[in-house]
Design a binder for this molecule. Structure first.
Ligand SMILES: CC(=O)N[C@H]1[C@@H](OP(=O)(O)OP(=O)(O)OC[C@H]2O[C@@H](n3ccc(=O)[nH]c3=O)[C@H](O)[C@@H]2O)O[C@H](CO)[C@@H](O)[C@@H]1O[C@H](C)C(=O)N[C@@H](C)C(=O)N[C@H](CCC(=O)O)C(=O)O
Ligand SMILES: Nc1ncnc2c1ncn2[C@@H]1O[C@H](COP(=O)(O)OP(=O)(O)OP(=O)(O)O)[C@@H](O)[C@H]1O
Ligand SMILES: N[C@H](CCC[C@H](N)C(=O)O)C(=O)O
Ligand SMILES: [Mg+2]
Length: 501
């Protein structure tokens, strides 16, 4: 919070009904955080309308209420008896985003956003790493928190606007000039980043996820498309993975807005073209072409898709104004994002254990097939699906593992309020339908699953532990038990190889 700050509604770009004025001392989206002088945004929710809490907010001293027509109706009686200012907006979440931007003021000068089902965290991190290599004070903002020249934890991939703009203002105050942020579909749908000033935006790919929240595939796509259709201004640059089946549609949306377009892909004719890729046990060699000029780069990253993520990041940094030759020159320094195709441990016989955040059907098949060319022997996969999340993806995740690994272990991954055995059974059903039941095992305890997976590894084999990536806890019911896949992989290797890993 900007301590002691006061702003009028006019300063915040707001007009109250009946021209009422108010001196605002802070913003809150949750009535329990309202203090004297707060503007309370009473938003329509998935469980309840925030307007149900207006009465409480007024009692706590709210000076203004921002809501929609429905909210104003719900709280009509209490509002009639209050002298708080009432702002009724058609889209109160968007209005809140603009208000938060004006309340907190400063943002890093150069900001880019990235959306897509998979790869957002990786692309945002690579953008930050490139900028840092170029000597800029840079951060990435998303699932792994705020990372780089300024660090802070975050609870969400795309924080709600009040937190987001507080973080952006803190970054700017700390001298951060460049920021790359993830735009989650929830964040876009809820207009969380509508007040962010982007110079460029990227699209990585589109596949199944979050159908528990979005009504349909089309609604999920429309949410993501909002980054180009609404958030990125007309003079921004859209950087699109044109090889994704949804790439051309996204490019069309950007073109229709008059945005400049940079296409990235493996097909000749893309502006940033991945011409060749060769895999080695510890990384890959890549040949990029940008505006007719070739750049040969050694990447110390596993997986073909990391090449695509690096290309998208390079495209975004170029779109944001950096010199292309210098950008390509930094790529050999890129380091993997925590929990993304990360080498966690190596057995004495040379077999490698990787940890990856793949938690969607597409990510599981991508991660496994990406690892395959680096591996001489068998590929073992450990997978599990989260509780209280999209149930439809569970069998598809099982099938993806069965189709792309030689051995599969199904285990728990944050069962939350659900019965863990039932989640595993749903995943296992997918493994079975894909013909993998003979070589799949169900091991509920994740530590034991990892121990068993590591024990299976002979020389030249590799294990991919999917689902938790950088996470450090196992969520069971309301409890979070400390759990770190990388740490467990090391423990397992030490236990089996006598601590000589
Ligand atoms: C599903 C979802 O996105 N929910 C968001 C939504 O809450 P909601 O619609 O469920 O809220 P609700 O419980 O119905 O309550 C309605 C309103 O009443 C308010 N309220 C509620 C109780 C009270 O006592 N007083 C009060 O004022 C709430 O703050 C809310 O504004 O609106 C809230 C306020 O803006 C958000 O904080 C909340 O995000 C929650 C915390 C969340 O967990 N979101 C996750 C799913 C999310 O956004 N994830 C994405 C990434 C996903 C991915 O890519 O994997 C992310 O960007 O992190
Ligand atoms: N370009 C890509 N194409 C397909 N799969 C990818 C790609 N990049 C990453 N993945 C897979 O998705 C997983 C998550 O990667 P990352 O964290 O970068 O994505 P994200 O979009 O930020 O995910 P989230 O929505 O959970 O925040 C990785 O562990 C990997 O398995
Ligand atoms: N942001 C994603 C992460 C899922 C990670 C996986 N470990 C799980 O718990 O399903 C979600 O909350 O749906
Ligand atoms: Mg992410």
């Amino acid at each position: 919070m900007v301590a002691g700050q006061r702003k009028s509604l006019t300063d915040l770009g707001l007009t109250a009904q009946g021209g009422r004025r108010a001196d605002i001392t802070g913003l809150a989206v949750d009535s329990r955080q309202v203090r004297d002088g707060t503007l309370f945004a009473a938003l329509p929710g998935t469980r309840v309308h925030g307007a149900e809490f207006i009465q409480y907010a007024l009692r706590m001293g709210a000076a203004a209420i921002l809501t929609d027509a429905q909210g104003a109706r719900i709280a009509a009686d209490v509002l009639a008896e209050s002298d708080a200012a009432l702002i009724v907006a058609e889209d109160p979440r968007q209005t809140l985003a603009y208000t938060a931007a004006l309340w907190f003021g400063a943002q890093p000068e150069i900001m880019v956003g990235v959306t897509g089902t998979n790869g957002k965290t990786s692309v945002a991190s690579f953008c930050r790493q490139i900028w840092s290599e170029l000597g800029h004070h840079a951060v990435n903002i998303g699932t792994t928190g705020v990372e780089g020249a300024y660090e802070a934890p975050l609870a969400h991939t795309t924080p709600e606007p009040i937190t987001l703009h507080r973080v952006l203002a803190d970054c700017a105050a700390a001298g951060i000039t460049h920021a790359a942020m993830e735009a989650s579909s929830h964040g876009l749908e809820q207009r969380r980043l509508d007040g962010v000033r982007l110079v460029a935006a990227g699209f990585s790919n589109f596949s199944q996820d979050h159908l528990d929240y979005h009504a349909s595939f089309d609604a999920y796509f429309a949410a993501k498309a909002g980054l180009f259709a609404r958030v990125l201004p007309e003079d921004g640059v859209a950087v699109i993975n044109i090889d994704d089946p949804k790439g051309p549609a996204m490019a069309e949306i950007a073109r229709a807005r008059g945005q400049d377009l940079i296409t990235v892909g493996r097909k000749p004719g893309s502006d940033l073209h991945i011409q060749a890729q060769r895999f080695a046990p510890t990384g890959q060699d890549l040949r990029f072409e940008w505006k007719g000029r070739a750049h040969q780069i050694r990447l110390n990253l596993m997986g073909g898709f990391q090449g695509e993520n690096v290309a998208l990041a390079a495209g975004l940094v170029i779109a944001a104004g950096s010199d292309p030759d210098r950008v390509f020159d930094t790529l050999r320094h890129m380091k993997t994002v925590r929990g993304r195709m990360q080498l966690a441990a190596t057995r004495r016989n040379g077999a490698a254990v990787f940890v990856d955040y793949a938690h969607t059907p597409d990510a599981i098949s991508t991660a496994l097939s990406a690892l395959r060319p680096h591996v001489m022997g068998r590929l073992v996969a450990i997978i599990g699906a989260g509780g209280d999340r999209d149930t439809a993806k569970r069998p598809l995740m099982g099938a993806a593992a069965a189709e792309n690994a030689d051995l599969v272990i199904v285990t728990d991954d944050n069962p939350r309020s659900e019965d863990p055995a039932a989640i595993r059974a749903a995943v296992m059903a997918g493994v079975r339908d894909a013909g993998g039941s003979d070589w799949a095992t169900d091991v509920g305890d994740r530590a034991e699953a990892i121990l068993r997976g590591v024990d299976m590894l002979g020389p030249g084999d590799a294990l991919l532990i999917c689902g938790k990536g950088h996470e450090t806890g196992q969520i069971v019911g309301d409890d979070v038990f400390p759990f770190d896949d990388c740490e467990q992989a090391s423990v397992a290797v030490s236990a089996l190889d006598g601590g000589l890993a």
